[in-house]
Design a protein around this ligand. Structure first.
Ligand code: BTN
Length: 237
């Protein structure tokens, strides 16, 4: 396990992509500022310097790599657990891997893999809004932060240590086949919501039935039920 911090870097995910061969399993790398932070769907991830928590960690363990479809939702759940311990209310997981407080996004997760002949490693990037109090109006999802929720500044280093430790615990639980489903099901932001979803390049009005035990999502549209995997669909609630 390596713990690395950069004052400024392009992207902690990119750093792990470029250095995974020489780093240990469960290495963590964080940054106070990213000049080219990356979000899902090729979006940029921006953050004021020193205000938020941005880190990535590396998974080289084969058991976990084979359970890649569980990783990001359980990392989202880990962030949710810690936020609740800090006293935040109404925290939920917006499938597949965003953390929301009420109707605002507080954390996003970017899961990437490197595959040669087989999957070599997973890289999990986490962007958690901590002390930033103003966000650009043009964000695709309205944003919030721990500061905005609690009205007080948070010591980022302490929060980071707690999150790293809990991630290690929860990754070990995944290896031991611990079932997070009940915990996750009780914090399902999209459950029973109407949403616009892009399905096969068309916008459909769907109703979300909820997260399933295998971490797929069931939606209903045109009197049909459909089970979808992460990455297959984009939602606008
Ligand atoms: C999302 O689009 O919601 C995912 C955002 C992930 C952002 C984090 S910040 C740390 C890590 N490095 C990156 O470039 N992206 C992830």
């Amino acid at each position: 396990m390596n713990i690395i911090h950069f004052d400024t870097i392009d992207s902690t995910n990119t750093y792990l992509k470029n250095n995974y061969q020489v780093l240990d399993d469960m290495s963590f790398v964080s940054a106070s500022y990213q000049s080219m932070g990356r979000g899902r769907n090729n979006r940029l991830w921006t953050s004021d310097k020193n205000k938020n928590l941005m880190f990535s960690f590396l998974i080289k363990d084969e058991i976990l790599i084979n359970k890649y479809h569980e990783i990001s939702i359980i990392v989202a759940y880990t962030i949710l657990e810690i936020l609740k311990e800090y006293g935040l209310n109404d925290v939920a997981i917006k499938w597949p891997n965003d953390v929301y407080v009420k109707d605002e996004k507080i954390c996003g997760i970017l899961l990437e893999s490197i595959s040669l002949e087989k999957m070599e490693c997973l890289i999990v990037g986490v962007g958690l809004n901590v002390n930033q109090d103003k966000f650009p109006d043009n964000y695709i999802h309205p944003a919030t932060s721990v500061f905005k929720q609690l009205n007080r500044e948070i010591e980022i280093e302490i929060l980071k240590d707690k999150i790293y430790q809990r991630i290690i615990i929860n990754m070990n639980k995944i290896k031991d086949d611990y079932n997070f489903y009940l915990d996750i099901k009780n914090h399902d932001y999209l459950k029973d919501k109407k949403a616009n979803a892009f399905i096969h390049n068309e916008v459909k009005n769907v109703i979300v039935e909820g997260i399933n035990e295998d971490y797929t999502l069931t939606i209903k549209y045109d009197d049909k039920k459909m089970k979808i995997n992460a990455g297959e669909i984009t939602f606008h609630v």
